[in-house]
Structure formats: C-alpha cells, structure tokens
Design a protein around this ligand. Sequence first.
Ligand SMILES: [Zn+2]
Ligand SMILES: [Zn+2]
Length: 292
Amino acid sequence: MKAGTETETNARRSAFGRVVETAFELVYPRSCWICDERIVGAEASGGGRDGVSSGFRVPLAALVCDECRRAASVPARTFCRRCGRVALRETARGDDALCRFCLRKTGASEFAFDEVRPMHFYRGTTRALVLRLKRTPDPTLAEIAARLYFESRRRVLTAFRPDAVVPVPMNWRRRFLRSVNSPDFLASALARELGVPCWTKTVRRIRATPPQSAVDWEARRENVAGAFALSEGKADGPLERLKGKRILLVDDAFTSGATANEIALELKDRGGVEAVCVATLARAGLGKGRRL
Ligand SMILES: [Zn+2]
Ligand SMILES: [Zn+2]
C-alpha cells in the first residue's frame, strides 16, 4: 500500500518534472554548442545557454548533442605519446603507444616537452569546436571544450599529476584581431577541472611570429626561436615557484610542435620545471607526405 503511494507520488513528480522541462525548453530551447542542432532527449534537464555560469553544473548531455560528444571523444587510432603522430598499432599499449619515428629513437625525444595529448584530429567536430572557440568570447564554450577534453583524456592527465596549467600565449596582434584568447580560456577551464592553479601570465611572447605557414619542422622551429620568455614577478608570482613543478601546457591546436617545444625549453631551462605535458584539443598537420 505504502509502496503504491510512493510510486504514485514519484509518477506525479516525474510528470510534473516533464511539464516543467517542456515549459523550460519552450522558453529556452537547447541547442548544441558545437553544431547548433537541437538537443533532443537529453537526460539532463535545466540549463540554458548560460547554464554553466549560473552556479550549478549542467550535464554535458544538455550542452552538446550526442553526435558531437561521440565525435569529440578519443578516435579509434591512438596518438603517439611523445609527438602526437598516429601511433603504430603494434605499440598501441593504450596511453603509452609510440609512432614509428619515436620507436626508432632510443635516446632523447626531438621535443623538450615530455608528452603531448591531443583529444582528436583537427577535423570534423573537433575542428568546428576549435574554430568556434577562437571566435566566441564565451567562457561557457571554453568550459564545454575543457570538459570534453577532460572526459576523454582524464586518465593521462591524472597520471601526469600536473601542479599547474599554463596556456600558450597568443600573439597580441592576433589576439586583437580575433578578440578571443582561446588557449587562455581553455587553460583556465581545464585548471578548474583539475583543481590546480592556472598561471596565465607565466609565459609571454616577446616578439611577434609570422603565421606558421611553413611545413618544414626546421623552418617552424626557427620561426619561434626566442619568441617566448618567462615573466618575472608578475601576477602569477615569482619564477621560483616553477622549480620542480609539473606543468600542463595548453593550446587549442597542435601542428608541428615547434611552439610548444620552444615554451617547454624555456620552462625547463629558465624555470627549472620538471616535466611538461602538452594538452591540446586538435592534432593538426597530419596531411599526407608532411614531415612534422
Ligand atoms: Zn552537436
Ligand atoms: Zn612519435
């Protein structure tokens, strides 16, 4: 009898919930933050376009459609942990897989950073997300990107045990033109997910670099050589705080690795950083015949 009453109450409650949800959707129809398609049948209720910033955590299912969420998760092929190229199937031991270039190298890596962890290739949904992030000055979108990244790369991030998150600084001219600093937004959102500080002023560009149009690795490396410096005693605190730390370096996309390499060099040589892991949404520049 009692159980019956409870069931009836629950049914009434869930019916009421559905009415509220439908009414809410009529006022605030939910559309996917990446593709703009209407989100139907999302498990979660509540939240509008300002859901994340309104204090409670809106589930990803209410912000990104199932298709985009699936497409943005880790692709079938694994990325090489050292350089981000496609890893060889035979070495594909999950997160430790290597590509044929890195497998041959027994000594030091060609990069100053220790790992690179892309979420996906720079195409389809991930490309749409990266481009939207560059154009939309909305922290909610950055938070969504960070949550998608965290969802698919949680294991490697946790294993790396970062002490702080540092964004790749943007060229001020490009920042002015785009008006959105997507690596900054993304880094802050990722730091919140990880519960570690975000040091946005630690690395700065000391000279503008021409766009990385060259394909050749050496040319790209020369392009960014000496372009970055560590900020002494600025808002993030004295440089000594970097000593022995493990840094998660964040960029929206990763092409040749020349920029991340240059910053990792600076962080290690001048800052005494122990390890650098590059977190990036998209691995670009893997076109046919390209030497990265
Ligand atoms: Zn979508
Ligand atoms: Zn590799």
